[in-house]
Design a protein around this ligand. Sequence first.
Ligand code: UD1
Length: 421
Amino acid sequence: MRKYIVRGGTPLYGSTGVQGAKNSALPILAASVLSGGRCVIRNCPALSDVEATLAILRHVGCETLREGGAVVVDSARAEGSEIPEPLMREMRSSVIFLGALLAKTGYARLSAPGGCEIGLRPIDLHLDAMRRLGAVVKDDAGVIECRAPDGLKGANITLSFPSVGATENIMIAAATAKGETLVVNAAREPEISDLADYLNGMGAKISGAGEGTVRIRGVSGLHPAEHTVIPDRIAAATLLAAAAATGGEVTVNRVIPAHLEPVLAAFAEAGCDTRIRGDAIRLTAPARLKAVSTVRTMPYPGFPTDFQAPFTAVLTKADGASVVIETIFESRFKYIGELVRFGAKIRRDGRMAVIEGVPRLYPAGVVTPDLRGGAALVLAALSAEGESEIRDVRHIERGYEDICGAVRALHGNMEAVSAAP
Ligand code: UD1
């Protein structure tokens, strides 16, 4: 068990790079199973969720190797098609392997992800999509079995919600299906386009990724490829938030600014000055942040649910009352009780949080409820003058690569120490 000690109250300043996108790396690694050879994934972040994904790849017979920032996956001998429950429990989004294993071996067996820290994680859209592609799906007491012994067949699939994971599963499964697949109301997140670029690099024929309707023309097989993962827009936004929360000025380099547009608009409404120069974004905080009218999480290109908690932490010291509405996941406000320990004034009503800005936060000892909620606590601790302690940081390390190092590079004071269990 590790905890973070944060000595906050000083503005963060300086410039830094950002890790590769976790939410791109995970489906890209899963899709590597289909290459039948040695793939190189560059800019692959060092995160426990990536480790959990590599453990699944090894379980199904891949060889994996980390070489600096790159991960090599060799699937030449990958024959497995089952993911045991402990590996599924390690990472709820491992359902992303469903399409890859089914397409590769004609069979996939895994346990249902069940509930997680941010709420139920239903996979009905994934399963319906696999059925549409011709698989026979059995969901028996939490064990999912999919069979397509004669291979998958292209289909027209309209998603009732633009699910990121379901869109990715369909793209991976349909890449080698017979015929053409059309995904209507597909998710448009940048990570969808990144996965499509990777699959196309492996010989797939996918068009329209990122545009809402994705067309996948099935090919007979994929080959190994090399790919560089896009920068992580949520990690970049969190670093900018560290400047906003502490009254500082931070430049994040090597990002794709267009991916951060909805977030930058919210920062601007809060009175921050944001400047884009090439692939760098600089955020300068005002003397006091302004409250924002309503921030509502939406599928991309809306305000990302993954940045809801960090942005709420920023608003705790704004002048006035802000409203944040979470529309994607039902249990994404667990961190609010912990933020209140810093002196934040937040009322929660179902999927809505009303944040009454306070002039200052006070140091606190808090427990991390989930990944992005944990990032919110780090931001609050950085803005509270004095020493705070953040416990159970394993959630944070699922998604943020060396967050202490990143904060220290921006002249903040934060360290990880071992904590008694
Ligand atoms: C991905 C991201 C996660 C992000 C989320 C929304 C990864 C690894 N994770 O998660 O960080 O917060 O997108 O941007 O990329 N739903 C169903 N049935 C399904 C699938 C989803 O009802 O079969 C619902 C979910 O409960 C949720 C909503 O759809 O309410 C969005 O989920 P989805 O877009 O699928 O998120 P993930 O792919 O799990």
